[in-house]
Write a protein that binds this ligand. Structure first.
Ligand SMILES: [Zn+2]
Length: 418
């Protein structure tokens, strides 16, 4: 007699539930934005025209609507790889070549990764060359797009294969405490990545030029001095090569910190506004958001590995998910595939944490510069990036790493009044 394992049922239930919640939220977002499409919110009326507001509405809803298609596709693929026996077949084909366990594992995971990116390709092509293009944001050529992809793949191989080798080796040799060693290795590896990212990785994709001498640089240096912040340079990158969306970020840590402005952002904002945006980014640093975020990542990784260590000792973890031959690499692969289905419910918590940090960074910027300048910068960025001013509150609470524009600006105004 054929019985379904309770874990199979739980997996299917969570998959259905998370998919329904995603669809429901996307529907709410579309309806809410459409309802507010013909009226610029009062507080923005002087700075954002109705036409710009409607462009933001259309851009946002188009993206949400397009996002539903890969959602279904992902569900079908996940079912194919697991219960449909896709991983099991792949494993049997590779095992046929009788490599040792670690090499078999690396080969299976590489083939899986290659196939998934191939299956994903139509969506990223559509996103860049149809959706972004339609709203005038795309600046990428097919050549740049595919060069990026090849570079990314080679980089992934160069960094990922040695890491995978070490993890599979630890899983095989370290007995019951493999997950603790693996955790140490993964944590050290991510610190190493953060360390080399600004100087070795990012320049593979973008040109970095030091910000030219002048008024802007002077203002920025003064701000850095005021905040007691040492950096290893202020750079401008050619973000305009790929997209007209503007951005600024910090990367690296310790002495290897870089401040990076997209050239598109420099064109979007004046010096007052740039200073305020940078002060906001410095706020994230000064309020230790980066360290807190890392701590959370380390802790969740540890919990995840402990859970995996337990799951892989049960026979049912494999069979309930369509894998007939238990192995370390199959446990690792299965776990990475299905864990998002279960952690989806925690998404609002991460968003909440992130929005709290945004408020703190805004408050810091208002102290160091001028809340008015930051408000102007935000309005300019919302307009130029066609970000919606009227997201659905529930959708926003679930997904958004930044508070909605009106809430954020109201906070800044309130702080400024005191
Ligand atoms: Zn921020």
């Amino acid at each position: 007699m054929y019985t379904i394992h309770p874990f199979t049922l739980l997996f299917l239930f969570m998959l259905a539930l998370s998919t329904l919640i995603r669809l429901y939220l996307s529907q709410r977002q579309i309806v809410h934005i459409r309802r507010n499409r013909n009226q610029v919110p009062d507080e923005f009326a002087g700075n954002i025209s109705l036409k710009e507001h409607q462009k933001a509405a259309d851009y946002t809803t188009a993206r949400v609507r397009f996002g539903r298609l890969p959602l279904f596709y992902e569900v079908v693929l996940l079912l194919f790889w697991t219960l449909g026996g896709g991983l099991d077949i792949l494993d049997k084909i590779v095992m046929h070549y009788q490599l040792n366990t670690i090499l078999t594992g690396i080969t299976v995971i590489l083939i899986y990764t290659f196939l998934s990116s191939l299956l994903d390709l139509p969506f990223s092509l559509y996103n860049t060359f149809v959706l972004e293009e339609k709203f005038g944001f795309n600046r990428t050529s097919l050549k740049t797009f595919f060069t990026d992809m090849v570079k990314g793949a080679l980089l992934g191989l160069a960094l990922g294969v040695p890491l995978l080798f070490v993890i599979l080796w630890l899983m095989a040799k370290m007995g019951n405490s493999w997950w603790l060693y693996t955790w140490l290795v993964i944590s050290a590896f991510s610190l190493f990545m953060m360390w080399i990212y600004p100087t070795w990785i990012a320049p593979l994709f973008n040109k970095f030029n030091p910000l030219e001498e002048g008024e802007t640089l002077q203002r920025i240096n003064n701000l850095l001095q005021r905040c007691g912040f040492n950096s290893n340079g202020i750079y401008v990158i050619d973000g305009s090569k790929r997209s007209s969306h503007g951005n600024a970020y910090f990367s690296g840590f310790g002495k290897n910190k870089r401040i990076v402005f997209f050239d598109t952002l420099l064109n979007m904002l004046n010096d007052d506004e740039l200073e305020a945006v940078l002060a906001h980014e410095l706020g994230h640093f000064k309020k230790k958001h980066i360290i807190k975020g890392m701590m959370i990542t380390f802790a969740t990784t540890l919990a995840g590995l402990a859970l995996l260590a337990w799951l892989m000792k049960t026979g049912w973890f494999y069979t309930a998910l369509g894998v007939t031959q238990p192995s370390t690499y199959m446990a690792l692969l299965l776990f990475t595939l299905i864990i998002p289905v279960f952690t989806f419910a925690f998404q609002p918590l991460f968003s909440l944490f992130s929005r709290k940090n945004e408020f703190e960074a805004d408050a810091f910027a208002a102290q160091q510069t001028d809340a008015g300048h930051l408000i102007h910068a935000l309005v300019d960025m919302y307009r130029e990036n066609a970000s919606t001013l009227t997201p659905d509150p529930l959708y926003s609470a679930f997904y958004d790493s930044h508070p909605p524009a009106p809430v954020r600006i109201a906070h800044l105004l309130k702080g400024n009044g005191n």
